[in-house]
Design a protein around this ligand. Structure first.
Ligand code: PAF
Length: 283
């Protein structure tokens, strides 16, 4: 039977535990999460375990990355199941701060990321999001002092924002991306997939299918704007309200006209019913 991980809820207790890990010179990995863990998160933990001796998983539903109109209140919280999953993966420590430990009364500082955070993708539709993510991840990094941190590629812009922040602020953390885990029908795993009705769940894999088809056309030499416009039309026809389907430079997220101009990433965000899905693939 794997041992239940230690659960820590205050910064002083976290510091003591991390001090012990670091005194033993163990390489420490952090996997930041908001809980509601699925197989995608488990793959992040497994990558962390392959790369480091000690693994910390943080579980904190971060209010500052949700707009007042978004789903902070209803975001799935599955604490007992999460602990069981992390125990089965032999995680060392769960950092599960109280709201007041992260944002004490009088908290007044915010990280305002630029560069990939203002690429005109997620930031266009969720302008509050990357400031909230950068602030909480900055805190998680300084609290846990990991050598490496693992983030899913599903949130591709977030991965770029966090990598840039860690480098810009000399946080001493190597940010590592982990490939997206998909359901058998191609739908990218996400904690928000539980919101999908049976009918919307049936349609949801279309996002991945259309992206793959569009990427295939681009690789075969199709004109970028024409292929992307056809992909966008297919997504809309399938019943989504499309926020964006775009191709960008995979490293900088700058607009890119052709595959010849660098590694290309296709990114999508679309709503079906009241659920907003995002996904991306390499072209
Ligand atoms: O990707 C997430 O689950 C969150 O945005 C993160 C990185 C844990 C910050 O709250």
């Amino acid at each position: 039977m794997p041992q239940a991980p230690i659960v820590v809820r205050t910064v002083p207790a976290l510091r003591r535990t991390v001090d012990i890990m670091r005194a033993r010179k163990a390489m420490v990995a952090l996997v930041p999460t908001m809980g509601a863990l699925h197989d995608g998160h488990v793959s992040l933990v497994r990558l962390a375990k392959r790369r480091a001796k000690r693994v910390i998983v943080s579980i904190f539903v971060n209010p500052t990355q949700f707009a007042p109109t978004e789903d902070f209140g209803s975001y799935p919280r599955t604490w007992k199941a999460d602990i069981a999953r992390l125990a089965a993966e032999d995680v060392d420590l769960i950092w599960h701060p109280e709201l007041k430990a992260m944002y004490p009364d009088g908290f007044a500082t915010r990280i305002v990321p630029e560069g990939p955070a203002i690429a005109g993708l997620e930031d266009r539709f969720r302008p509050h999001f990357f400031g909230g993510v950068a602030t909480v991840v900055g805190k998680l990094f300084t609290q846990c002092r990991p050598d490496i941190a693992i983030f899913g590629e599903k949130d591709f812009q977030q991965l770029r924002v966090v990598s840039q922040m860690a480098a810009d602020l000399d946080l001493g953390v190597k940010v590592i991306g982990s490939r997206t885990v998909r359901e058998r029908d191609g739908l990218a795993m996400s904690s928000r997939n539980v919101y999908l009705s049976v009918e919307h769940r049936r349609v949801a894999p279309e996002l991945h299918r259309v992206m793959k088809e569009t990427a295939g056309r681009l690789r075969a030499g199709a004109d970028t704007a024409t292929a992307v416009a056809a992909g966008a039309a297919d997504i809309t026809k399938a019943g989504f309200a499309l926020d964006y389907l775009e191709v960008r430079h995979a490293a900088t997220l700058a607009p890119i006209a052709s595959l010849k101009d660098g590694p290309m990433r296709m990114l999508v965000a679309a709503r079906i019913g009241s659920t907003r899905l995002i996904d991306n693939i390499a072209v």
